[in-house]
Design a binder for this molecule. Structure first.
Ligand code: MN
Length: 134
């Protein structure tokens, strides 16, 4: 059994209310959190901190969440980060676009506060052992 060390999660979200909500949900589960409020910062923080998972808002200023995801998938040191795409005003084809950009899971807003931590925990469990920190 691995010790119960919680893996870092990056929240990329520009809406302060959504950020607060996501922060509250994940903090309650004990995850160390990183935050970014635009796409450029999200990429920068991901590269520097190598979080296990990113909650990625699709509509972000400076660089969209899809663009950030596509770039992350091109960087070998980052390509294994689990990415959950979240989007408001979900439209037909959004999920496909998110998947094509390299997102692992797609969740429409409003965020289901009970479902999210379950999805996060499942994704962290599914990560391959060789992608986990020692
Ligand atoms: Mn947004």
């Amino acid at each position: 059994m691995r010790p119960a060390v919680k893996e870092k999660i990056l929240i990329a979200e520009d809406n302060p209310n959504n950020m607060r909500l996501l922060e509250m949900i994940l903090k309650a589960k004990g995850y160390p959190l990183l935050m970014a409020t635009d796409g450029e910062k999200a990429l920068e923080v991901a590269a520097r901190e190598k979080p296990a998972l990113i909650i990625m808002d699709i509509q972000l200023p400076k660089m969209s969440g899809l663009e950030v995801t596509a770039r992350i998938r091109q960087i070998p040191a980052l390509e294994h980060i689990s990415i959950i795409a979240v989007t408001a005003n979900a439209m037909k084809g959004d999920e496909e676009k998110a998947t094509r950009a390299g997102c692992d899971v797609y969740l429409p807003k409003p965020i289901d506060t009970r479902q999210l931590p379950v999805v996060v925990a499942e994704m962290l469990l599914k990560r391959k052992p060789d992608n986990r920190p020692p």
